[in-house]
Design a protein around this ligand. Structure first.
Ligand SMILES: [Zn+2]
Length: 167
């Protein structure tokens, strides 16, 4: 398993909803966390590792030692959006590219967790940005699709130390 980079075709294929949670999924999710920490991201969608499923992972602390902050969501859907906030954003599938993207400030999301329980999450600011970015990935949508103008899209010098949300 590896994080695929644009223009890998998996990034444009919407993930299929999962109908079962099995051991294989648990193993894959574990591997996804290792890759996400290796890339210092806050989130990672299954489509970014070429798995065609509706699964995303997050750890907003970006700290592999804080395993209790790990979150896994299956078949997530945004049910409500509020407000609007523009901020710099990066993507693990576009190394070194950071762009200002306008997103809802608050989202309410419904998803299943890894235990198969339906959960409802309200997220703000950075967390809301990560949710929207990852759910876009699961639908084959990339952050470059969200730019207000294509002039914005210029490859900048790689800035691995950027504080931008990277997911
Ligand atoms: Zn991304």
């Amino acid at each position: 398993m590896k994080i695929v980079h644009y223009p890998h075709p998996s990034l444009r294929h919407p993930g299929r909803p999962l109908t079962a949670i099995d051991k294989k999924l648990n193993v894959q999710v574990g591997e996804m966390f290792e890759l996400m920490y290796g890339a210092r991201g806050v989130g990672l969608a299954a489509t970014q590792v070429a798995l065609p499923y509706q699964v995303l992972i997050m750890n907003l602390t970006v700290d592999p030692n804080q395993r209790d902050k790990e979150e896994v969501y299956i078949n997530p859907v945004i049910v409500e959006r509020k407000g609007s906030l523009e901020d710099e954003e990066g993507c693990l599938s576009f190394p070194g590219l950071y762009q200002k993207v306008r997103r809802a400030k608050t989202v309410m999301v419904r998803a299943y967790n890894l235990k198969g329980e339906l959960v409802e999450v309200v997220a703000n600011d950075l967390a809301a940005r990560a949710w929207q970015h990852e759910i876009d990935h699961l639908n084959g949508v990339l952050f470059i699709d969200r730019l207000e103008s294509l002039d914005q899209l210029q490859k900048v010098e790689p800035r691995p130390e950027s504080e931008a949300v990277r997911s």
